[in-house]
Design a protein around this ligand. Structure first.
Ligand code: PHE
Length: 440
């Protein structure tokens, strides 16, 4: 068998993992979930969930990948026997589900970018509806989805180092720089404080008990970190023993959270400054694809430049995530069937395209796919991972982390959280999410 590829450097891995984490979830998902009424309570819950339950699960997912050196499909089986193969299948099915509609969203992003460059922005709400109608329906959606999948496929077929790592090293710093510039610009708008206050600072304690807010916070935490469905297993299987996984996990989670917050500091001031609050509430597409272009449309050339930069950065963020979604089925096929990378990429991309057609043609389907594949399944996967590494193969967790010389107090803390805190808290989040899903 050919030798397994490896990342070129520590930063290559961290940037690739952060590139997977940072994506449309931070820009589109954060904006619409934060605007669904949770306000600061949503934000606090989200940060708490990341710190308390997601970090240990992120480390455990990395441990599973590195210690088995296997693809997500086979890693659970190689660690604990064939009884665990359903978990491997979950790891393949969930990324396929997400990847299918993610490419549709990427298509919209690309279309908005192209509109901003060549045709300008809508100047009022009714124009915005038409604008959004044109990017989200008809054959252009399929075209955008297809182009996005093809670009993703080109990167993934160039391999772990030559494709994924290379793009992430370039893309993640660029997008971070663009975000900073845009957040500074947004801070000069008239509605800036109003925006920060409404969406990020206004604390309504009763929201802590609102099932939709709880579900939004769990979903956002897991989706945004690409957590619970084998992505980090795939990426960590290309690591050597040197990386201190707890440190890498903290870097990835910090970058991801910082980008989510920065994105909020761009979108909400724009929404408030241009009186667009009503448009976005309760709409998964509203904030990013309707309010933002409309608000910026009233600003003439500056607005157009900002829109171009914003949607370009969104597209870069999206592609460094979609490559991770594709890498999961690709590495699993290579591992299980012994196929070469190009053939595995070709087949997986075709599958993603076909699976994404219903989401491309129908917004409701897209919303449902996002709730199930991009929500409940990730939380379920996170629960299984915490049980798996905390209770089923706990030695693997200890040995792998001891092998990379990580601080033993950190290790003890993580292990404790993984065993005693993550499972009940995630189980709670899962139950609330499933109940809320059926009620709405
Ligand atoms: N984390 C990515 C984002 O925020 C999306 C993603 C979810 C990617 C799950 C892989 C797995 O956009």
């Amino acid at each position: 068998m050919a030798l397994r590829e490896q990342w070129r450097s520590r930063w290559g891995f961290v940037l690739a993992a952060a590139g997977s984490a940072v994506g449309l979830g931070n820009l589109w998902g954060f904006a619409y979930r934060a605007s669904e009424g949770g306000g600061a309570a949503f934000l606090l819950l989200y940060i708490l969930i990341v710190l308390v339950v997601c970090l240990p699960v992120l480390v455990s997912e990395m441990v599973l990948g590195r210690s088995t050196g296997s693809s997500p499909l086979l890693a659970p089986v190689n660690a604990a026997g064939p009884r665990w193969s359903p978990m491997g299948w979950l790891f393949v099915i969930a990324p396929l589900g997400i990847g299918s509609y993610y490419a549709v969203l990427m298509g919209w992003t690309l279309d908005t970018l192209i509109h901003s460059i060549f045709f300008g922005l809508p100047s009022n709400l009714s124009e915005a509806e038409t604008f959004f109608g044109s990017i989200s329906s008809g054959s252009s959606v399929l075209l955008g989805q297809l182009i996005s999948l093809l670009l993703t496929a080109i990167v993934v077929s160039a391999g772990v180092r030559g494709g994924i790592e290379r793009l992430s090293r370039l893309g993640v710093p660029i997008l971070f720089g663009l975000l900073l510039i845009l957040a500074l610009w947004a801070a000069t708008l008239s509605g800036t404080w109003e925006g920060y206050r409404t969406f990020l600072l206004k604390l309504d304690a009763s929201q802590f008990f609102n099932p939709s807010t709880i579900r939004n916070a769990f979903t956002q935490a897991f989706f945004s970190l690409s957590l619970g469905i084998g992505i980090m297993v795939a990426y960590s299987s290309y690591l050597d023993k040197k990386n201190q996984l707890p440190k890498e996990a903290v870097s990835v989670a910090s970058i991801d959270t910082a980008v989510g917050l920065l994105a909020g500091m761009i979108t909400f001031p724009i929404v408030m400054s241009f009186g667009l609050k009503e448009v976005i509430s309760g709409s998964t597409v509203g904030t990013l694809f309707i309010s933002l272009p409309t608000g910026l449309g009233t600003l003439g050339l500056t607005g157009r430049v900002v829109a171009i930069l914003f949607f370009a950065l969104a597209y870069i963020a999206a592609i460094t995530s979609s490559i991770s979604l594709l890498e999961v089925p690709v590495s699993s096929i290579m591992d299980r069937l012994g196929w070469g990378r190009s053939k595995a990429v070709f087949v997986s991309t075709g599958l993603l395209f076909v699976l994404g057609i219903p989401s491309a043609l129908n917004l409701d389907v897209l919303g449902k796919m996002d709730s199930i594949f991009g929500g409940v399944l990730l939380i379920l996967g996170g629960f299984l991972l915490s049980i798996f590494l905390g209770w089923v193969v706990p030695n693997r967790f200890d040995e792998d982390l001891a092998g990379c010389n990580s601080n033993h107090r950190v290790r003890r803390y993580l292990k404790f959280m993984l065993r005693w805190v993550s499972p009940p808290v995630i189980a709670f989040g899962l139950i609330v999410s499933v109940v809320d899903l059926f009620q709405n």
